[in-house]
Design a protein around this ligand. Structure first.
Ligand code: 3PY
Length: 249
């Protein structure tokens, strides 16, 4: 039985004051969350504040990106060891915004996944197709290519230490959500593709849905057999909405 995970992706939002209020609100409502593991992925500069407020709360935290390199002359980058220094358990790699705005390739994302894993972080690998790709009917080949980059670098066993998030790009920040059936179709495809190489890894792999997940659609999405939680954008910035999803999971 896979424990659902609900992870907030705050993106580049918040202030010291607003995240403090947000975390107070989330902590206050955690008693109602019966099943899901809960985490927030914060802007790197706020991780010390997040650590201070979440330590011992049962809520995990993590970064939104990380360097594939261990250290050195990489101005502006953050290493896996630095995330570990601030108690992170998770890190998102390959979010579509990083792929689109920062030119991250499948190969680079796979190296980031490997670096996170080597450091003992749980990488949350984002995969998903654009609207154009969906309309061309190449959703599965795009998602397979993104997934295979990780498998080719380290073998399918690498997925035993991570989480996959299926985030259709056309559903990110647009208010459009994949229907539960559309999402399940791709989640099922991902699990099947992994199962072709290792049935045990596939069975244990948590596959989150991301893309405008909200309290009113979370239950229906998470009820699908291959949807194991969510990576939550906008709704993770509001304690009541985020908790609504966590309790639905
Ligand atoms: C969204 O839901 O908008 C996301 O991008 C979550 O990562």
């Amino acid at each position: 039985m896979r424990q659902p995970l609900v992870a907030g992706n705050w993106k580049m939002n918040g202030s010291l004051e607003s995240i403090s209020l947000l975390l107070q609100g989330i902590k206050a409502g955690m008693g109602d969350v019966k099943r899901a593991a809960v985490a927030v992925c914060a802007p790197a500069i706020y991780l010390p504040a997040v650590q201070q407020q979440l330590q011992g709360s049962g809520i995990g935290w993590g970064g939104q990106d990380v360097s594939a390199e261990a250290s050195g002359a990489y101005t502006g980058e953050i290493a896996t060891s630095m995330l570990k220094d601030f108690g992170c358990q998770y890190v998102i790699v390959g979010h579509s915004e990083r792929r689109a705005y920062h030119g991250e390739t499948d190969e680079l994302v796979a190296r980031k996944y490997a670096a996170a894993r080597a450091a003992g972080l749980i990488p949350i690998l984002c995969v998903g197709e654009t609207l154009d790709e969906r309309e061309q009917g190449v959703t599965e080949s795009v998602v397979a290519r993104q997934l295979d980059a990780v498998i080719q670098l380290e073998g399918v066993g690498a997925l035993a230490d991570g989480v996959v998030a299926y985030e259709p790009v056309w559903a990110i920040g647009t208010g459009k959500t994949a229907t539960p059936e559309q999402a399940q179709e791709v989640h099922g495809f991902i699990r099947q593709r992994v199962a072709e190489q290792d049935a045990t890894v596939a069975e244990g792999l948590r596959i989150l849905y991301g893309g405008s997940m909200k309290p009113d659609n979370a239950q229906e999405l998470i009820a699908k057999p291959d949807i194991d939680g969510g990576l939550i954008g906008g709704a993770s910035l509001n304690a009541a909405d985020f908790l609504g999803i966590c309790t639905a999971a």
